[in-house]
Design a protein around this ligand. Structure first.
Ligand code: 9MR
Ligand code: 9MR
Length: 594
């Protein structure tokens, strides 16, 4: 396009030739009182911007804030800030090089997003039919794995290690499928469930109903809790498992190391790592068409502590709502914690085909998290001692994630009523504010101004960013300082379109949203009779670390971290969806909707 035409482009609004897009913005928009920022893809040649209403009238003018070359996006960018403008309506931004897409300014922008993000968990349910009355005929399906009774993997795994199996089967019906695959993992189920339950504890009135009669936040959470309780190893069971850290061979990552020597342990009270298919199923495979053998995989200390932490949370949440259920949760949690202490070094081996690993060899944070939840629920001295003995009790915790759960324990200790000494509560609140300040400081180091800074973007980077936004939300609750809400907005703006892929990573939200997740049911590009994703589903997002899927392999070496992404069903390292990523979307969405 010629320079003259570019300049004329804004005049063409509403005409057939749309002006070029040069400004990235939250495609959903902004609530009137919030920070309003946009990112312009241009250098110093542009210095002025205009905000136009839907009649094409300029309602505000301003100057861009130079940023320059940005390693995270690979672009030269400038920033636009129009926070002071608060009048509801439909708008777009323009400069001489192009415009933004149109967006709204209005109150109550986030409630539907929070509700749809919660409905994702209903869609992911195993064991029951997904009903047309709730989700519509398009997304309804028969129950997947309706009577899931499984025994343990026995025989040789993918690295030739021999496993003896277990002398029982467990009924492990229910719970949520993890992601695009049909595995049900206790480790990842733990953080996802904690996040929903924490949103409930923070505000019991948050999401009392889902859309169209879908379950409430609490009922949805209970569906997973019920499943996690089923994953516990029966009392008195003796099993042969590897005990100790795997022995890494030179040049190989720890999760590819051969397991530690096997020993017989008293495994009663531990939790199985997962129940999953013996082999990966092909794409697409709707859950009710999965006829592969399903197996329990060996118990691990990590899974056991995930069970202990969430069951402890359950025990206090349902204490008056359903005392019998709460009592069952508490007994399970205490048995699990005791089993983890008895067997502190039973690690997942990541050596089974057909499901993900969720292996973690530092469980100090899982011990701390479980002790924190148990202490808040029971007030018992033994859990307080476990806290006092933990280094995590004294640190400003990091970004939460499935292998890093100390922050979850600290949030619980800092925000739930308990017998913890006031001085400790104060210190942990300050620690969370310190963590949040670190995230805010990261905004200066990237062009798109998000509270996230990394040389490379990890698998599930959108989930990581939203977990940071959750911590910012907690810091806002604790301190009442508005700078933290501004950071949450920066994060959600990026998720909803203010990013170099110019995409809203949440299906159904924004003018150009993700449509082809790596999912075995929402896969219309592979089978046109299958539905696309329902609204409210979050893509895992850019991944410049493990570019292993076929789409990522094509991009490898040619993309800046935030641009290593593609909207393609084959892109399991870039565009899968998962319960631990949608959970902070629910938390943050509900927080924003208040
Ligand atoms: O579909 C699988 C996805 O859910 C996992 O996250 C991912 C990584 O563990 O693996 C995907 O499965 C692929 C497998 O790892 C390798 N062969 C092709 C599989 C189908 O995409
Ligand atoms: O989220 C997980 C990420 O941190 C790991 O790097 C990756 C590879 O092990 O696995 C991700 O989890 C996947 C799990 O193993 C299987 N179900 C889908 C999950 C999301 O891709």
């Amino acid at each position: 396009m010629s320079r003259a035409l570019l300049l004329a482009a804004p005049l063409l609004l509403g005409a057939t030739v749309p002006p070029p897009l040069a400004i990235d913005v939250n495609q959903l928009g902004f609530e009137p009182g919030d920070t309003k920022r946009a990112i312009l893809r241009a250098g110093a040649e542009v210095s002025a911007w205009e905000l136009l209403d839907n009649k094409g009238q300029v309602v505000l003018r301003g100057r861009t804030e130079p940023y320059g070359e940005d390693a995270a996006s690979g672009l030269t960018v400038q920033r636009i800030d129009f926070s002071g403008f608060r009048t509801p309506g439909t708008y777009l931004l323009r400069t001489v090089v192009g415009t933004s897409s149109s967006f709204e300014i209005r109150p109550n922008l986030y409630r539907p997003l929070a509700r749809d993000a919660l409905a994702f968990f209903y869609h992911q349910r195993a064991g029951i039919p997904i009903e047309a009355r709730i989700v519509g005929a398009k997304w309804a399906r028969p129950a997947g794995h309706p009577h899931e009774t499984a025994t343990c993997f026995a025989g040789k795994d993918e690295r030739g290690t021999e496993w003896t199996g277990c002398p029982y089967s467990l009924d492990v019906t229910g719970g949520w499928y993890d992601a695009g695959d049909h595995g049900k993992y206790v480790v990842n189920g733990g953080i996802a469930l904690w996040t929903l339950l924490n949103a409930y504890e923070r505000n019991p009135k948050a999401l009392p109903t889902g859309p169209n009669g879908a379950p409430s936040l609490l009922d949805e959470a209970r569906y997973e809790m019920d499943f996690l309780l089923r994953m516990q190893v029966p009392q008195g069971t003796r099993l042969r498992v590897p005990v100790g850290k795997p022995q890494p061979s030179p040049g190989k990552p720890v999760w590819e190391a051969p397991p530690a020597p096997f020993a017989e342990i008293d495994a009663g009270g531990m939790a199985h790592q997962k129940v999953a298919d013996r082999w990966w199923t092909a794409l697409p495979t709707p859950p009710h068409k999965d006829d592969r053998e399903r197996l329990l995989y060996p118990p691990t200390t990590g899974a056991t502590l995930n069970l202990a932490a969430t069951a402890a949370q359950c025990a206090r949440i349902w204490k008056t709502l359903d005392p019998a259920f709460a009592a069952r949760c508490l007994a399970t949690a205490e048995r699990a914690f005791a089993a983890a202490r008895r067997n502190p070094e039973v690690y997942a081996t990541n050596s089974f085909t057909g499901s993900g690993g969720y292996g973690d060899t530092d469980l100090s944070d899982e011990f701390y998290w479980a002790a924190a939840e148990l202490f808040v629920t029971t007030g018992k001295a033994e859990y307080e001692k476990a806290l006092a003995d933990s280094p995590h009790f004294r640190e400003a915790p990091g970004e939460p994630g499935w292998p890093q759960v100390a922050t979850l324990g600290t949030i619980t200790l800092a925000t739930r009523p308990s017998k913890l000494a006031q001085a400790d509560v104060k210190r942990l609140r300050a620690a969370l504010a310190t963590t949040a300040d670190r995230f805010l400081a990261d905004e200066a180091g990237n062009g798109y101004r998000i509270p996230y800074l990394a040389k490379d973007y990890p698998w599930g980077s959108n989930g990581a960013l939203l977990n940071r936004a959750m911590v910012l939300g907690v810091a806002a609750d604790i301190t009442k300082d508005p700078k933290y809400r501004a950071g949450v907005i920066d994060a959600i703006d990026y998720i909803l379109g203010r990013n170099p892929n110019r995409v809203s990573y949440v299906s159904g939200y924004g003018s150009a949203s993700m449509q082809h997740p790596h999912h075995r049911f929402w896969a219309p590009s592979l089978d046109p009779t299958l539905p696309g994703p329902p609204p409210g589903v979050l893509s895992g997002g850019p991944n410049s670390v493990a570019m292993v899927d076929p789409v990522a392999l094509q991009l490898k070496g040619h993309c800046a971290p935030q641009a290593c992404w593609g909207d393609d069903v084959r892109a399991y390292a870039l565009n899968e969806v998962a319960i631990n990523w949608n959970a902070p979307l629910v938390w943050v969405g509900a927080w924003l909707a208040e």
